[in-house]
Design a protein around this ligand. Structure first.
Ligand code: G3P
Ligand code: CA
Length: 243
């Protein structure tokens, strides 16, 4: 079972920051999950929400702000972490990929945040960047907008895709396989063992989120999921390595 740090090591560090990504690697994760939105000047940036309000000291929609404007914001969450990490910048996807290219064997699940607001052309933009760094075989693209993942696969089938679902799909394996999508990304709260079986019978991997308690991690491991996506990659590593 592989372990992905959800928004990096977000249980202990400000989510989706380079600090959280570096700490996830130090904690022994196999991969990192992160979220991508597009700025007004079409720069892919790593941010979960459509608005900057929750995770920075700014306000407004990402699509209304330029990269320079976003870059001036602080995403260190002084309210949550007491300012102990100092000022942290919003990271562009390019900066992340540059770093990842040097982190041998690290894999990344890039979630395209395009189901609430659809950023036209985002798929191609992100995929071109992945190819620029030669990272095709270390990336999984996922989205709650499943049609966007189908589009990605049509653009370039050398990059794996994952269908993110909020509630589970009964014939998950058939659904993903017939769409030529390699992974199914369910919410653990709605996942049943038979969904995992359906996926494995169809050659589809299961990357389940968000698994934070050791008990749940062990259950997912027993069910035979491919990966857990967790806010605590240190715990995930321990469970994954248990005999
Ligand atoms: O990719 C798994 C998970 O991150 C999806 O939900 O809201 O945390 O992006 P969310
Ligand atoms: Ca996500």
């Amino acid at each position: 079972m592989r372990v992905f740090g959800h928004r990096g090591f977000s249980g202990e560090y400000p989510e989706n920051t380079m600090l959280a990504f570096q700490k996830a690697v130090e904690a022994g994760c196999d991969g990192i999950e992160l979220d991508v939105q597009l700025t007004r000047d079409l720069v892919p940036v790593i941010m979960h929400d459509e608005k900057v309000d929750r995770t920075t000291d700014g306000s407004g929609y990402v699509y209304d702000l330029t990269f320079d404007e976003i870059r001036r914001l602080d995403c260190s969450y002084p309210d949550k972490f007491g300012g102990k990490f100092g000022q942290l910048e919003v990271t562009s996807l390019r900066e992340y990929l540059e770093w990842m290219a040097e982190e041998e064997n690290l894999i990344t699940n890039i979630e395209l945040k395009n189901s609430v607001y659809y950023y036209g052309g985002m798929e191609r933009m992100v995929m071109d960047m992945i190819c620029e760094y030669g990272l095709e075989d270390r990336i999984i693209l996922s989205s709650f907008n499943n049609a966007s993942i189908v589009l990605c696969r049509q653009n370039d089938d050398t990059i794996a895709g994952g269908f993110l679902v909020e509630r589970c799909v009964e014939n998950a394996g058939v659904y993903a396989r017939t769409c030529d999508v390699q992974y199914y990304h369910p919410n653990m709260d709605y996942l049943k063992e038979e969904h995992v079986r359906s996926c494995s019978q169809n050659g589809v991997g299961v990357n389940v989120w968000t698994v934070n308690e050791k008990e749940d991690m062990r259950r997912m491991k027993k069910w035979g999921v491919s990966s857990i996506i967790t806010n605590y990659p240190d715990r995930g590593r321990e469970v994954a390595d248990e005999e």
